[in-house]
Design a protein around this ligand. Structure first.
Ligand code: ATP
Ligand code: MG
Length: 858
């Protein structure tokens, strides 16, 4: 029956309405109210408020609304002294657990600045879009590691530091168990951060890294210095208090986070500092302002932080995924391009540098096509000048020589100038416009002549059998495509170069002897890693393209991993233990993964086959897909979609509509042979090096897996194939790590503080598979003790009663399961003797309620 007076009712005003936004459902379908009366088969509910109606009539509903789920029971909360509801730190302790109650609880916590909430194994992190005083300061950090180190029973609120701490302790525990192994197995941990754009993944990742770096630098973990670059200056360590308290302590909302501080600049000489310093470099080159996030990462990353047996951080290795390149040729209105372009135009370069990059000192972002269409003003409170100076210090910390920095900036300048190049249109033929003032800078910076550039972009070489190759002039649209490919390839390769360059600096290299055997350095060699994944969340716009298919494919794979870990593990453990438990059907998405990547019949494979065959188009791809996938239960294409060459995939988070337009070109993402040869022939060694990377990353990989269709020597690995391979590697790694999950949530699409959009949160909870996880974690048993641990822990409560049986034993437990039963028996007796009051041990303050005990062990 109804024992609580508050409830949720599904409101009439909550009809879904697809609007221009990217959320399919922007209205919240639930409203809270109180049960006024219940008579027979009817109940009356007074709604608390209904936005669409000023003074709503009480809602009269059939009693069956409760069983059908149209009315749900609300939770009653304890009140704080200020009369606010006190919501639990862990959602699994809610008495009524469903979508509206989870959303309501998160909202109350959000209003109290409690942005972190546990839900069993997952940490939910609400993006506050403001500084919360003291939330990340040194004293907070100390609390979290102090808890583990002092072994206190103090409970601390959920926090990203707690997740990082758990991962670290779990790694150290495993390392202790494998003492003596040169290559211990099973110690690696992963922290998997997901969420939609702007939800706070990158910020979370940085706090994880910062916490781990700080732990590593704590006294006791520090072995003697070994490697040349590990010049830890004692006066400049990360744990120095003045470097911490600046973040979030001034209470200002400007600048949100002190980027400089988060990047650990004070510690740039140490390896920990260097690892943190990878962030400003990746962000300048791989982040851009978008409508969803002022500092949006346009690539995914997995950073594996390497630790010694002592828990000392000795290096890191970064893998990046799918840098977005359309931005370089087709920037969207209201968005910016990659930060680096604006940083270089922000007045930070010296007169001499400007001259060498052919940039006029009066030049602004408006002067270049690449940067001219976006919004020029920078992210709130953060100036391009400042981030550029962070970039420079990061490059310095990473030991990039001056010349290398110049080469990198010159390449960026070349891309900037090249975006302004224009062509002359001679009907079916084209030529580079020689009058264009950017032509000379581009040629100088790329180390090529205008003639060569013109030949590479406006001509195609056709091999005519045995005869000499023929040059054919291209129409202007083709030449423009060639230029776009050159821009994307050059910038994309520069990014690849930077990542591998960072890895050279920060990843630990084992030493080798003359015979090429590794030398075992127990004190310095990393033996375990903590991998931190910061990767794009599920995306569903009104219309979606190749990028979204890749992103959503990745999310399906991660969701499967999540399900497998959280849900299957939990359930199979109950099965193993023979515990009677009603199993929840949890979503199984292998079929979606098959639809996307099955050999031969998966969407990405059909696309690859199409890309390899000559003369194929988006249309032929679409038709092939419709034909081969039409019967797949996760695939659909109605008449209208078919006519428009669109289809839907029914993802775990909902149906997403894809348009095949551009799929072939995006998947090929090819630099024409002519342009590639142009770069290979550059007089500039850095550009030649980039050209080598282009050759290597594509041709090499593709030819290492020979295939009858791709035996041609210019065979390229497609974007989809590369991503599939990366994702396989990632899954392979993560499957061998102990995972820790963080789901970031974005409270509103306006990126403002103090505004909680319930519909938006509900949708993200659904996309993140949170509700299933909560249900399983709660329906199951939240604490797992081994029998002997249970006995050791709880027998003190029934010491007197147990005395006879344990008299002659010290702390060892002889027959754990039998003794466990005995403890339980005595506890139950004791509890019912105490008139079913809680049995409490005053000293240790452990409370056991009868129901919990019985549930756990009957
Ligand atoms: P994308 O997928 O677009 O890269 P993201 O999930 O990585 O998005 P972030 O860049 O981490 O999002 O966060 C977006 C912005 O939100 C940050 O620039 C910062 O202003 C704010 N923010 C995120 N987390 C916090 C936090 N814990 N405290 C204060 N502000 C935050
Ligand atoms: Mg990000």
């Amino acid at each position: 029956g109804l024992s609580s007076t508050s409830s949720f009712a599904s409101s009439a005003a909550g009809e879904d309405s697809a609007d221009d936004g990217f959320r399919s459902n922007t209205k919240w379908g639930w409203t809270s109210g109180s049960l006024v009366s219940q008579t027979g088969d009817q109940m009356t509910i007074a709604l608390d408020h209904l936005p669409a109606i000023e003074s709503p009539e009480p809602l009269v509903l059939p009693a069956s609304a409760l069983s059908s789920g149209d009315v749900l029971m609300a939770n009653e909360y304890e009140q704080s002294s200020k009369g606010k509801p006190l919501c639990p730190d862990d959602l699994i302790s809610l008495s009524h657990l469903h979508e509206p109650s989870v959303v309501e609880c998160l909202e109350h916590r959000y209003n109290d600045n409690h942005i972190y909430t546990s839900t069993g194994p997952v940490l939910l992190a609400l993006n506050p879009f403001k500084n919360i005083k003291g939330l990340y300061g040194e004293s907070t950090m100390k609390q979290y590691w102090g808890k583990a180190e002092n072994n206190t029973t103090e409970t601390l609120p959920p926090h990203v530091y707690a997740i990082a701490d758990n991962a670290f302790r779990s790694m150290m525990r495993k390392l202790d168990e494998t003492l003596g192994d040169e290559f211990p197995i099973g110690c690696d941990q992963s922290i998997l951060v997901s969420g939609e754009s702007g939800s706070g993944k990158t910020v979370t990742t940085k706090f994880v890294m910062k916490y781990l770096a700080a732990l590593s630098q704590r006294a006791g973990n520090r072995p003697p210095e070994k490697r040349a670059y590990q010049k830890v200056a004692d006066t400049k360590t990360l744990t120095q208090s003045d470097s911490w308290e600046t973040a979030g302590s001034d209470g200002s909302d400007q600048g949100l986070l002190n980027v400089t501080n988060l990047n650990g600049e004070n510690a740039q000489d140490s390896i920990e500092g260097q690892v943190l310093q990878s962030n400003p470099i990746l962000e300048s080159f791989g982040n851009a302002r978008t409508i969803r996030n002022d500092n949006s990462s346009r690539f995914g990353k997995f950073i594996e932080i390497q630790f010694t047996r002592m828990g000392r951080l000795v290096g890191a290795q970064i893998e990046t995924y799918l840098l977005e390149k359309v931005r370089l040729v087709n920037p969207s209105a209201g968005e910016r391009n990659y930060h680096i372009f604006y940083e270089m135009l922000s007045g930070s370069l010296s007169a001499q540098e400007l001259r060498s990059y052919f940039i006029a000192h009066t030049a602004t972002a408006e002067d270049f096509k690449l940067t001219g269409t976006g919004t020029y003003n920078r992210r709130d409170g953060i100036s391009d000048k400042e981030t550029f100076s962070s970039l420079r210090s990061a490059m310095k910390a990473m030991c990039f020589p001056k010349e290398e920095q110049r080469d990198i900036f010159a390449t960026v300048a070349a891309v900037l100038h090249a975006s302004n190049l224009t062509f002359l249109d001679y009907d079916l033929e084209s030529a580079l416009d020689n009058e264009n003032v950017h032509l000379e800078p581009v040629c100088h910076l790329l180390g090529v002549t205008p003639e060569d550039l013109n030949r590479a972009l406006c001509h195609v070489t056709i091999s005519a059998g045995n005869e000499a190759n023929v040059q054919q002039n291209l129409p202007v649209d083709k030449a423009v495509k060639g230029l776009e490919a050159l821009l994307k390839s050059t910038y994309g390769t520069l990014f690849t170069y930077l990542v591998s360059r960072i890895n050279d600096s920060i990843s630990y290299q084992r030493e080798y002897d003359e015979d090429d055997n590794t030398i075992y350095n127990p004190e310095f060699d990393p033996v375990a890693v903590i991998g931190v994944l910061d990767i794009f969340g599920f995306e569903s716009f009104k219309m979606n393209s190749f990028e979204q298919l890749c992103i959503n494919y990745c999310n399906e794979a991660l969701q499967q991993q999540f399900n497998a870990f959280v849900l299957k593990n939990e359930q199979s453990e109950y099965e193993r233990e023979g515990i009677d438990w009603s199993f929840i059907d949890f979503p199984e998405n292998q079929d979606v993964l098959d639809l996307i990547d099955n050999r031969g019949s998966g969407l990405l494979c059909i696309l690859d086959d199409q890309c390899k065959a000559p003369g194929t188009t988006d249309r032929s791809f679409a038709l092939d897909v419709m034909n081969k996938c039409k019967n797949h239960p996760r695939f659909s294409a109605d008449r209208k979609q078919t006519a428009r060459l669109q289809f839907s995939v029914h993802h775990y988070a909902g149906a997403v509509q894809y348009s095949t337009q551009g799929f072939i070109e995006k998947n090929r993402d090819e630099l024409p042979k002519e342009a590639c040869e142009l770069l290979q022939a550059s007089t500039n060694p850095f550009i030649r090096h980039l050209a080598d990377i282009i050759e290597f990353t594509r041709t090499q990989r593709a030819s290492s897996k020979p295939n009858a269709l791709t035996r041609r020597n210019d065979a390229k690995e497609t974007v989809g194939a590369e991503f599939r391979r990366q994702l396989r590697d990632l899954r392979g790694k993560i499957d061998h790590m102990t995972p820790h999950y963080v789901r970031c949530l974005k409270p509103n699409d306006e990126l403002v503080q103090n505004h909680f959009d319930r519909a938006a949160i509900a949708e993200q909870l659904r996309c993140g598979g949170i509700l299933e996880a909560v249900r399983v974690a709660r329906a199951g048993f939240s604490n797992h003790y081994s029998h002997s641990n249970f006995v050791r822990r709880y027998r003190t409560l029934v010491w007197k009663e147990m005395k006879v049986s344990i008299r002659n034993r010290k702390s060892t437990v002889a027959d754990p399961s039998r003794e466990c039963m005995e403890v339980i028996k005595h506890l139950c007796e004791k509890i019912s003797n105490d008139d079913k009051e809680d049995a409490t041990n005053g000293e240790n303050n452990i409370t056991i309620t009868p129901s919990a005990t019985v549930k756990q062990y009957t």
